[in-house]
Structures are given as C-alpha cells and as structure tokens.
Design a protein around this ligand. Sequence first.
Ligand code: B1M
Length: 211
Amino acid sequence: MSDILEQVSTAIIEGDLDEIVDLTEDALDEELGAEEILNKGLMAGMDHVGVEFKAGNMFVPEVLRSARAMQMSMEILNPLLAESGVQMLGKVLLGTVKGDLHDIGKNLVAMMCEGAGFVVKDLGKDIAPEGFLEAVKEHDPDVLGMSALLTTTMRSMESTIKALEEAGVRDKVKVMIGGAPVTQAFADQIGADGYASNAASAADLAKQLVS
Ligand code: B1M
C-alpha cells in the first residue's frame, strides 16, 4: 500500500481530526482516486477499528473519534465518488424506535456501516412504525436497521415488521435489529432477518444480508 494511504488509514484508527483532511487532500494531490482512498485508506482503517472494538481493545469514545475522522474525509470524497459513479455495497436505513431517545449506539452502527461501504440514511430517534414504513417506501433501502435501548420500546420493532408486511414491502428489505435489551431469540421471535450485538458486527451483518 502507498505511504499516503497508510497514513490515511492510521489517521482513521487514531481518530486524528487535525490531520485527516490534509492527508485526504494529499492523497488526491498524489492522483490517487477517491475510490482507492476510500477502500484502502478509510475502510482499511475502519475495519481495524471494528476488529479492535469487538475485541474490547477500543472503546466508544475512540470509535466515535475514528468515525468523525472518517466523516471529515468522506465530506471531501463524496462528491468525487458520486461523479465517478462508484458502486457502494448498498443502502442501509437506520433509526431508533418509537418512544426511545437513545441514539449513541445507533450512531455507531451508522458510522460502521458507512465505513464498511454502505450509503446510510439515518432517520434519527423516536421513529414510529409508520415512519420506518414511509422511509422504506421512499428510500428503497437494502437493509432496515432498528435500534432499541429500552425493554419497553423493543416491541415497536415487531410492530414495524408487521407494518412492512401489511404494506406488502417486507420482502423488499432485510431487517436487522440491535440494542442492549435485544437478543437473537427476540429477533427470531419477531421475524427479523438478523441481530447484531455491537456496531462492528452490525456492519458485518449488513454485508451478509446484501450478499
Ligand atoms: Co437511558 N437507560 N434512559 N438515557 N441510558 C439505559 C438504556 C438503562 C439501561 C439505564 C439503567 O437503568 N441502568 C435504562 C433502560 C432500562 C431498560 O429498559 N432495560 C435507561 C432508562 C430507564 C432511561 C430513561 C427511562 C430514564 C428516565 O428518564 N427515567 C430515559 C428514557 C428516555 C427515552 O428514551 N424515552 C433515558 C434517557 C437517557 C438519556 C437521554 C439521558 C441518555 C441517552 C442519550 C442518547 O442516546 N443521546 C441515556 C443513556 C446515555 C443511557 C445509558 C447510560 C447509556 C446508553 C448508551 O449510549 N450506551 C444506558 C445505561 C448503560 O447502557 N450503561 C441507559 C453506549 C452505546 C454505545 O451502547 O446503545 O448499547 P448501546 O449500543 C451498542 C449495542 O447495543 C449495539 O451496538 C452499539 C455499539 O456497540 N447496537 C446495535 C445498538 N443499536 C444497534 C442496532 C443494530 C445493531 C447493533 O442494528 C440495527
């Protein structure tokens, strides 16, 4: 790998907000393509972050910093990627369910999915089943991801899946769920396509679901 791509990757891993923009511009000055910088610099870095986070060697504040660095670089690369028509892995629509204001974990999932090469549409928090349904119709995502942190709100995931079924769009989108009280057994019970226990696993799961 070229020296500058290694530096970009390291800046992502270290969450180096002071250097990442300059390094991204340096890589472009060296005539590297936006796609190469994304794949071999940013995603390589975020892959490493995902592995270390899963292993318990990196913690939420560090991951958030890496994700912020990734976003800063993506702000430069996004228009170039759009121009060159780069194929992303797919589209992930995300939200925290109705009645639930916890969004830190969901934001991490969004960033990990972006880092893995998905276009992410984040609906935010307190999203009712009808809100998810309308967004599925509007954005036509490959994966719908729902997050819940309260035992009292996780049932809304089931209502959302029912709303998708009733509207006849359930088979157009894969549904993944997560959040502290959520389990694989619950995912099976409500008919979700997958459950992930953490943000890095959620990105892996989204990849599996679209493959
Ligand atoms: Co609240 N809260 N909170 N809270 N809060 C918890 C969740 C709680 C466990 C605290 C406790 O009592 N020990 C408890 C829930 C009990 C329960 O239902 N079992 C609780 C409660 C009760 C409440 C209120 C009801 C308190 C009150 O007002 N009486 C209230 C509810 C408000 C509402 O939502 N309507 C409330 C409010 C809040 C704040 C607003 C103050 C704040 C949220 C701020 C925010 O998110 N912007 C807050 C916080 C910060 C917490 C704790 C302390 C931390 C949650 C967090 O961000 N964790 C939490 C206690 C705790 O966990 N120690 C607590 C870090 C985050 C990275 O982890 O969200 O689990 P997590 O996400 C992980 C995984 O779960 C997974 O990946 C993430 C990263 O690895 N994941 C997914 C998450 N979503 C996923 C989706 C996927 C896949 C994986 O696919 C789509």
